[in-house]
Design a protein around this ligand. Structure first.
Ligand code: SF4
Ligand code: FES
Length: 359
């Protein structure tokens, strides 16, 4: 089927959703997804961050769809035309969705372990507003201990259901779920039972926010100070293919490897994740590829471990050319117009600026 998204046309197999068609194109035309997860059956349709405008329904019936649609749940039709980045309505609605997701979300990024790799944090930077209009008290929950490895912060949960579907998929018995509805809805283990399945650590990786974090890593380090490397071990339970988050020779955290959409490539077992924190446990393959816009890219260099550091080009790190928000040469009073700071060798010195203005 032929589908055009933000003026880019692509052929996709019948049954493809708009979101997955956009992912095939890649880059900015891909709507953000906070609840959809390609590896989880039935995921999607909860958060509404992926809303897009369908300006032409199909070749047969070219009428536009009257409302914005969830791209993760809407299949493409032949000849369909979709607007994401080019739709003012969709962008405006996304702003509203971010505002709503943040209504009850505590502003605790400075102390949250997810900071630096939180999808909601990224989403608010890209689509949020600086201020809240919300004047009511935020939701509060009784603290619940869900076991020795996973920390639940219910106040941060956006009820995307990803962890519930992950647990459903990985375990035979239902271990936790969403209790109550509306404002009272919460993730719970029903009887306060520990989630003791040997793969349950994966719920940490699928959680888009800091609601589920790794107790063995909590407050040990900021993620942007660590360096992610791909590693493997001979594991009797899982594939043993993981990502180590290292600082020097110390392994601070072990997670599953994620793809360019931030989705887990292969589930890993609790033993690899929580108990193998020594470099001797692992065969290190090399620095992980960081695709997504993230502060993790800071101080992260790809290339072979032990070799000279490779220069990092932003477009390689984020998978596309950075969007130019402001050209410093146009707005700065102290920049010399004849010097392009991004082109000089090494760091800038005082000579590279207009000295009179510097004083
Ligand atoms: S705990 Fe995380 S993964 Fe689970 S529903 Fe809440 S936000 Fe989603
Ligand atoms: S990603 Fe489509 S509704 Fe959440």
């Amino acid at each position: 089927m032929k589908v055009t998204i933000d003026n880019i046309t692509i052929d996709v197999p019948a049954g493809t959703t708009i979101l997955n068609a956009a992912r095939m194109i890649g880059g900015d035309v891909t709507p953000p997804a906070m609840c959809y997860y390609s590896k989880l059956k039935d995921s999607g349709g909860k958060c509404r961050t992926c809303l897009v405008e369908v300006s032409k329904g199909s070749e047969k019936d070219p009428r536009p769809m009257p409302k914005l649609v969830a791209s993760c749940r809407t299949g493409v039709m032949d000849g369909m035309e979709v607007k994401n980045m080019t739709s003012e309505k969709a962008q405006d609605m996304r702003k509203g969705i971010v505002e709503m997701l943040l209504i009850n979300h505590p502003l605790d990024c400075p102390v949250c372990d997810q900071a630096g790799e939180c999808d909601l944090q990224d989403l608010s930077y890209e689509h949020g507003t600086e201020k809240t209009r919300y004047e009511f008290e935020r939701r509060k929950f009784e603290k619940e201990d869900i076991g020795p490895y996973i920390q639940l912060h219910m106040t941060r949960c956006i009820l995307c259901y990803r962890c519930v579907y992950t647990a459903d998929e990985l375990t035979k018995k239902r271990e936790h779920g969403v209790l109550e509805r509306g404002d009272h809805a919460e993730i719970s283990t029903l009887l306060g039972k520990a989630l003791d399945n040997e793969f349950i650590g994966n719920v940490i990786d699928v959680c888009p926010v800091g609601a589920l974090t790794d107790k063995t890593f909590r407050f040990k380090n900021r993620v942007w100070f660590t360096m992610p490397v791909d590693a493997h071990r001979d594991c009797p339970t899982c594939s043993g293919k993981t990502r180590l988050w290292m600082r020097g020779n110390e392994v601070f955290r072990v997670t599953a490897r994620k793809d360019q959409w931030g989705e887990v490539e292969e589930w890993i077992c609790n033993d690899c994740r929580f108990h193998k924190k020594e470099t001797k446990d692992w065969v290190i393959e090399g620095p992980s590829h960081i695709n997504r816009r993230s502060v993790i890219a800071q101080g992260h260099y790809e290339g072979n471990v032990g070799m000279a550091k490779q220069p990092v080009f932003l477009d390689k790190v984020i998978g596309k050319q950075p969007r130019l928000l402001m050209n410093i040469h146009d707005v700065s009073d102290v920049n010399r117009k004849d010097i392009d700071l991004s082109k000089i060798e090494g760091p800038a010195h005082s000579d590279d600026f207009d000295k009179k203005k510097l004083l």
